[in-house]
Each structure stands twice: as structure tokens, then as C-alpha cells.
Design a protein around this ligand. Structure first.
Ligand SMILES: O=C(O)CCC(=O)C(=O)O
Ligand SMILES: [Fe+2]
Length: 375
């Protein structure tokens, strides 16, 4: 029997958030799990089929073993990375009221600015010691060229943009879009690499990534001295609610990854890399052979930390079921799901105080749909 969630002293169990609820894992007495995160060189991601297959095999090994991997020699230049971190620092240094103009509570799609302590992934803490800004896929914003990418017109029920931007800082939108339009193509190349990893045609997943759900989430974590409260976290333990996540880290080490033994392994920043991880959709898609590994952020240094995750999830209307090749003995561990349906069932319970959650309080969960975020 695991101790209660509020038992702060237990070292035998690790608690974490896995979507909309808290759960726990026992710490193993005989450690056998991974103790570091592998790095994959993707310089040949546009190379020959053979070279791409070699990258795929390495990524598959890393995903099976730990659900996390770094990529190096991706084609996004260091100057662009430095530039986007400069942008993050400038944005988070703005007066609170400028940032609050784009408060997440004002946006039906649950995007925008989140001040310190607004979320609380670990129920034993006062809240996550970080501020964040979320933007993502949008049918209407011209920077995303929905019609050009899909040959379609935006659905008629989408009447306003899914993102919200601070009126006084137009450079924020401009700068974030520059990076967004560089990282999305990289993420899409990794989708093809992952198809190859399963010995499928490399275009096998293209039809579930026509106009994928994305989330880009600049984060700022101030120092959280451990003396203040042992449970103090920048971001409580969680498994990502995405298919694949690509994180840019600035220079401060704070990301920790939970291994199979319940031990926390550091994932320090490495210049010129992204740290990538498997999310819960890919875990389902691979029938659990790629784990959506639990991780958290604790900034124990005296410096400000900035990071920039990019979450990639298939199209809202796509359906996902475990790949045949991942079913050992034919056993299917996850049901087929609709991407958008699962998304809304995870995001609303995690944001109970958000106006969108309140608006649909009386609607039974079976009737929830992704469209609720869009109008
Ligand atoms: O800040 C980081 O390094 C990781 C952030 C993260 O895990 C998340 O936003 O899901
Ligand atoms: Fe995460």
C-alpha cells in the first residue's frame, strides 16, 4: 500500500502527474534502469535512406530504453537558438500587466500567459514555480498558412484564433513564429524517422500529421532554493501529453527524468542539442514499447532558468491505435482513440478553474469534443 500523497517523507515511492491525475511508482531496491540519456547525431536526417534508417534505429533504441534522447547536429543554427532565448528573457522581464493582457484565462483554447504558481502538477507543493506562455496550432493565423499546407479552408466553426498575444509586445509574436516555423519542420522530419524506426514506409504517419496539434511553451523558472521547501518544484513530475516533445534548454541544469527504478536522472542542457521525449500519444501508438517517461524540473541553482518545449501531437481528428509491429504476442494494451477526444478529456480536468472548463461543467464527459476549445 503506497503512502498518502501528502506524506512528504517517503523515499520508497515517487509521485507524479500522468495527465489529469496523480499516481505513484515504487522505488526499486535493485536498480537496473538507465542512468544517463543517449545522444543521437541527426546530421544525416536529410541523407540517404540508409543514413536515415541508421538514425531511426538509434532513436528507437533510446526510446525503448528511456523514452528520452538528445539530438545533436540538427540544422537549426545556434544564432537562432540564442536569439529565441534572448526573446524569452525580454518577454518574461516585462511588467506583469503587459503579460497578463494575454492571460490564459482569457483564451478559450487554454493558451496564453500563465503567471507563477498558476499550475500545480504535484499536489504536495504550493504550485509550480515557473511562468509560461503557450501558443500552438491555429487555423486562422496567417503565419501558419493552414490553407497552403492543407489545401483546405479553416472549419466554419472556428471563429477566432486559438492563440492570444499581448497587445503591447508585437515582437513576441513575431519572434516566436520565427522559431515555430523552424522547429515544426524538424519535428516533422522526426515523425518520418520514427516511421522508419518501425520498418514502415517513411510516409506512414503523414496522414495523421497533416495539420497537427502543436504547443510551444516558453518557460521561466526562477531559482527555488531547496532550503525553502523540499518539495519546491519548477514543474511537478509528469508525463507529457503529446506524441513527441522537443525541448531547448538554456544553460541552467534542472530537468530530471525518472528511470524504471524510480530514481531521478539529470538531463542537463547540452549546447547545440534538443532533449526529446516520448509523450503519452506515442506511448499508446507503440503499445507501451516507448514509455512516456516521467520528468520534472527543479531549479536548485541561483540563476534564472529558461526553456522552450515544443509539443507535437497528431491531427485532432486522427485516430491512433497500437502499431501491429509493437504487439508482442498480439496483445493490445491500449484502445484505439480519437486524438482530439482524448486531448479534451485530459486538458479540461487539469484546468478546472479555466472558463472553458467552467462553461462545460454540466456537460457529461462522453459529450466533450475538441471543438469546445475552438469556439
Ligand atoms: O523546462 C523543461 O526543461 C521541461 C519542461 C517540461 O517538461 C514541459 O513543459 O512539459
Ligand atoms: Fe514535460
Amino acid at each position: 500500500m503506497a503512502p498518502e500523497l501528502d506524506d512528504k517523507t517517503s523515499t520508497k515511492y515517487v509521485y507524479f502527474h500522468s495527465g489529469s491525475e496523480a499516481t505513484y511508482r515504487k522505488v526499486s531496491e535493485k536498480p537496473t534502469g538507465f542512468t544517463s540519456i543517449p545522444t543521437v547525431d541527426v546530421s544525416k536526417i536529410d541523407g540517404s535512406l540508409e543514413q536515415r534508417k541508421a538514425i531511426a534505429a538509434e532513436i528507437r533504441g533510446a526510446c525503448e530504453e528511456c523514452g528520452f534522447f538528445y539530438i545533436k547536429n540538427h540544422a537549426i543554427p545556434q544564432e537562432e537558438v540564442d536569439e529565441v532565448f534572448g526573446l524569452l528573457k525580454r518577454f518574461f522581464a516585462l511588467d506583469t500587466d503587459v503579460k497578463m493582457d494575454a492571460h490564459v484565462q482569457k483564451n478559450p483554447a487554454i493558451r496564453g500567459y500563465e503567471p507563477m504558481l498558476e499550475t500545480r502538477l504535484d499536489p504536495r507543493t504550493q504550485g509550480d514555480v515557473k511562468e509560461a506562455f503557450t501558443m500552438g496550432d491555429c487555423y486562422l493565423e496567417p503565419e501558419q498558412d493552414y490553407a497552403g499546407k492543407t489545401g483546405l479552408q479553416p472549419p466554419a466553426y472556428v471563429t477566432r484564433p486559438q492563440n492570444i498575444w499581448p497587445g503591447e509586445a508585437p515582437w513576441w509574436r513575431e519572434g516566436l513564429y520565427k522559431y515555430y516555423n523552424a522547429v515544426l519542420p524538424l519535428a516533422m522530419k522526426l515523425v518520418r524517422i520514427l516511421a522508419l524506426a518501425f520498418e514502415l514506409e517513411e510516409t506512414a504517419f503523414d496522414d495523421i500529421f497533416r495539420f497537427p496539434i502543436t504547443g510551444m511553451r516558453p518557460l521561466h523558472y526562477p531559482p527555488t532554493p531547496i532550503t525553502e521547501n523540499a518539495n519546491n518544484v519548477g514543474l511537478g513530475a509528469h508525463a507529457d501529453f503529446s506524441w513527441l516533445t522537443l525541448v531547448l534548454q538554456d544553460s541552467v541544469s534542472a530537468l530530471e527524468v525518472l528511470n524504471q527504478d524510480g530514481m531521478w536522472v539529470d538531463a542537463p542542457p547540452q549546447k547545440g542539442t534538443f532533449v526529446c521525449n516520448v509523450g503519452q500519444y506515442l506511448e499508446r501508438h507503440t503499445n507501451g514499447t516507448f514509455p512516456a517517461t516521467v520528468h520534472r524540473v527543479r531549479n536548485k541553482t541561483a540563476q534564472e532558468r529558461y526553456s522552450l518545449p515544443f509539443f507535437l501531437t497528431p491531427d485532432a481528428d486522427a485516430e491512433i491505435e497500437p502499431l501491429e509491429c509493437c504487439k508482442a504476442d498480439g496483445e493490445q494494451k491500449y484502445e484505439k482513440i480519437n486524438v482530439g477526444d482524448l486531448y479534451i478529456r485530459r486538458i479540461l480536468p487539469a484546468r478546472r478553474k479555466h472558463p472553458t472548463s467552467i462553461r462545460y461543467l454540466d456537460v457529461p464527459q462522453e459529450e466533450w469534443s475538441y471543438k469546445m476549445l475552438l469556439s
